[in-house]
Every structure is written in C-alpha cells, then in structure tokens.
Design a binder for this molecule. Sequence first.
Ligand SMILES: NC(=O)c1ccc[n+]([C@@H]2O[C@H](COP(=O)([O-])OP(=O)(O)OC[C@H]3O[C@@H](n4cnc5c(N)ncnc54)[C@H](OP(=O)(O)O)[C@@H]3O)[C@@H](O)[C@H]2O)c1
Length: 317
Amino acid sequence: MQIFIAGATGVLGRRLITQFADTGHTAVGLTRDERGDTIVESCGGTPRRGDLFDEESVVRAAKGADVVIHAATAIPTEDPSPERWELNDRVRREGTQTLTTAAATVGADQYLQQSIVWVSRPPDGTPFDEESARHPDPSTQSAADAEDISREAGGQYNFDVGVLRCGYFYAPDAYHTLAHGQDLIQDNKPLIKGSEAADISRVHVSDAASGFVAAAEEHLSGVWHVTDDEPVTMAAFSTALAERLDAPAPEWISETKARQAMRDAQVNLLTTPMVTSNEKLRTATEWEPSYPTYKTGLDHVVETWESDRMLTEDRTQ
Ligand SMILES: NC(=O)c1ccc[n+]([C@@H]2O[C@H](COP(=O)([O-])OP(=O)(O)OC[C@H]3O[C@@H](n4cnc5c(N)ncnc54)[C@H](OP(=O)(O)O)[C@@H]3O)[C@@H](O)[C@H]2O)c1
C-alpha cells in the first residue's frame, strides 16, 4: 500500500515512515523544507513537499495514497504561548480538513487520525475506554473537533476513518522526555504534589507507530486506544527515570506553586488519573507493545541517551 503521512519529520512521523517502509509499504512523507526531505529519506521514505495550510499542495503530495495519516502537531515546546497553542489547534482542525479533502480527492480508502486518550478522561478519574463519553476541555477541544471532522469527511466521501487515541508519549527523542532527563541530571526538577496519586496511561512512541501500522494493515475504522499495559503515576515514572540516570530523587513542589509556573492543563494532565487500556486493539489485531511497561521503555530511553550521547551532562558514565 502507499501510505501518505503528514507530520513525517516528527517524533511519531519518523517512526511511521520507518515502520511502514520496513513492512514493505511505500511510505510518502509530507515535508516543508530540505531538512524534512533528508529526514524522510533517511527513514526509508519518499518526501513530497506541501503545507497543511495550503490545500492544493497537500492534494498534490498525496497523489496515489491508499491510506492518509494525520500525525502532524505544533505542540509548543520552548515557547508555550497562547499563540503557539492556537497554531496547534489550527494544525488539528484545518490540518484535518486539508488531509481529509486530500484523501477524498486522491481516492484513498482509509484515513487515520492521531488523537489523544485524554479527550475522554472522565472528570472523576475513573477508568475509561473507547466507548466512554468524551470530556474535552479547552486544551483538548481541537483534538475532539479533529476526530469529528475526520469522521464526517469519511461519511461524506466514503473512506474508512480510524481514530487512534494515543497515551501520553515518551521516547528518547521526544522533546518532553529529553527535557525531563536533562532537568533531572542538572536541576533536579521537582515533582508536583498530587502526581503520586494519579495513574496515567502512557505509550512509547515506537509502539504508537506500530499501532498505526496494525490499523492500516487490518483496515480498522472507529476509535482505538494505543497505550502500554501499565498506567503509572508521573511521580513513579520520574523516580524510575532518575534511578536509571543515577540522578538524585526528585524533590516536591505544591500544586499551587506548580500552577504559577505551568498551564493548568499541563498540571491537570500530571495530577488527574487517566487510566485506559489497549485491549480493543490487541484483540482486533496482532499488535502488542514492544515496551508493555514504562520500566522496559525507560531502560530503552536511557540506553539510547547513553549510546547516542543525547544528554548534555551524562552522569551515567
Ligand atoms: N500522545 C501524546 O502524548 C502526544 C501526541 C502528539 C505530540 N506529543 C508531544 O508533542 C511534542 C511534539 O511532537 P512531535 O515530535 O510529533 O512534534 P514535532 O517534532 O514538532 O513534529 C510535528 C510534525 O508536524 C509537522 N507540521 C507541523 N505543522 C505543519 C504544517 N503546517 N504543515 C505540514 N506539517 C506540519 C512538522 O513538520 P516540520 O518538520 O516541517 O516542522 C513535523 O513533522 C513531543 O514532545 C511529543 O511527545 C505528545
């Protein structure tokens, strides 16, 4: 199959290109510059230029696609200003509009939308699944809207739509994981009180990518949760990472203080339970996570940091 991937140069997208190419598919990645072309080629894919805010360019780039995947984000990293978050909302809403139009125009028969499990996290913190009602807040409304836009387009233009809601990502090259490791070895970034009581479903980004491969190969439609097997509190995750880095155990900060330094949505994400499972995906396909628990996943993260010397002050030497 020919798979067209928007967001091909990102943490998820690079793995999508590699894994689809490795399983014998033609992986075409949407790129915006020479740097993007080089990344996609080095992962075994074919770059094609376009921008999600330029529909014509994306329709052109998607020519020949059997499957179209939206894995693009503009989640702010260093500059989490409201304007940057608005850009991310546009990538979710307008990007989905553009990509579903492209899917319809080129005659793709499947469209896969990357989403996040926390669009349906219940306010009372109880476990939830693919059938649970959604509870979008201002930070997740655009993800919920993107799900709706893709479903409506699928109904209108007659292609199947799979919504893959991923757990909270981590990977050696994911900005937030890398920043977390860096903070632990340099500044001993404190943990938020409350983050020791809230289990969160996470997923190693390589396993998120293999979830998309399974969804394409099995031609899935509907909603699917892509998580590992062991929800973990942010405090336990962070402590386990510190242990592997031989860094001091993190200190504590009150939730009130954390809210002064971080967005409410980010503090809520770390301190409210978000427990779901991958059972539906496991049952429907042969997919299973290579890193079923954060413990083996973090072993891989730290091994990669060590071998590739990715942390500035490598105290594991
Ligand atoms: N489930 C989760 O927890 C979850 C989900 C998504 C993201 N995240 C987190 O968010 C952070 C960023 O994720 P990421 O690494 O995938 O993002 P990233 O590295 O910033 O990649 C985003 C991708 O979207 C593309 N893109 C953005 N705007 C575009 C546009 N207008 N047209 C075409 N392509 C566009 C980028 O292309 P260019 O290279 O051309 O800029 C890039 O390929 C990470 O820390 C990740 O962990 C978490």
